[in-house]
Design a protein around this ligand. Sequence first.
Ligand code: ATP
Ligand code: MG
Length: 353
Amino acid sequence: MRFIVLPGDGIGPEITDATLAVLRAADARFGLGLTFETHAIGLETLKSRGTTLPPEVMEASKASDGVILGPISHLHYPSRDQGGINVSAAFRVGLDLFANVRPARTRPGLGRGHAPLDLVIMREATEGFYPDRNMHAGNGEFMPTPDVAMSMRKITAHASTRIARESFLLARRRRGKVTAVHKANTFILTDGLFLRCVREVAKDFPDVALDEVIVDACAALLVRDPQRFDVLCATNFHADILSDLASELSGGLGLAGSTNQNDLLCCAQAQHGSAPDIQGQDKANPTSLILSAAMLLDWHAEKRGNQAAGAASAAINAAVDAALADPATRTPDLGGALGTKAFGARVAALVAG
Ligand code: ATP
Ligand code: MG
């Protein structure tokens, strides 16, 4: 498998190095036949090439077996016509990676809520309240007067139906429950359409239970009763906020892996940003990107029947659990003393067996 590696800004290069160490160990043990092709993106290419995302990177990614995408800084981000391309949006919308899969699972000995959780938020990633994803409605935001700003949210049956279908397929492989998260009591047309599509898809999955929760109540329930959730299916903006809440409850943002995927391509990406406050200090927790890479291997197991990839993913998850279970081998965000590099080496050694 040929993976494109895009380390990105801030803590990106550090957590990418740690992730590659773990993938190399998995490759040596499970014979995955991995090769890595690294490209610069972000601030580095903004300076050298005038764009955060050179066009050949997208071409190489399209033709690859998967992408490992680091975070991009938003601190020094110029406008799009000055080369400030939103890389996440370019991947999600440009390559139609419509499903942003965001799991949150309390790891042994960690967790900030009063009960452990084990859930997956399925975030629709191509439309919603994001100006750069509402191409057909201008840029989605506008100011009719200097003191009034307006924002448009696009919801379609097409996008709602396909994220719902992915959610039900995933729930079938887990505990058999989908929670549709919405605000249809207020956003009658947009969330109403989303909910109508989820209900329609549910008819094809009589073996999966459908639950419907209003987004604000969902935030409260995630804290009060997280065990009621298995797979949450939500529109873009709602899911973005809820997934930060869920990952903090599970132990912290540094644990939060994710993928952007469709049936043709999968891109591993940590849920958090470039964390410029701890950049270059060997303090970042690489678990988020390590688990994202494990999800990419799971995608190969599920969509391409690659059993070795599935076994490698399970070994990485077990190694992460074992490293995190011991307070002596945790990173500083979790109260430990291990640096990014040493933590990556520890997980790699556990994967090697
Ligand atoms: P960006 O503009 O790139 O989103 P940000 O300032 O919003 O950057 P985030 O990456 O979203 O930063 O992180 C929010 C907070 O969580 C920061 O204090 C950061 O240090 C911390 N954090 C995020 N990821 C990690 C990680 N992998 N390990 C440790 N701390 C992290
Ligand atoms: Mg951020």
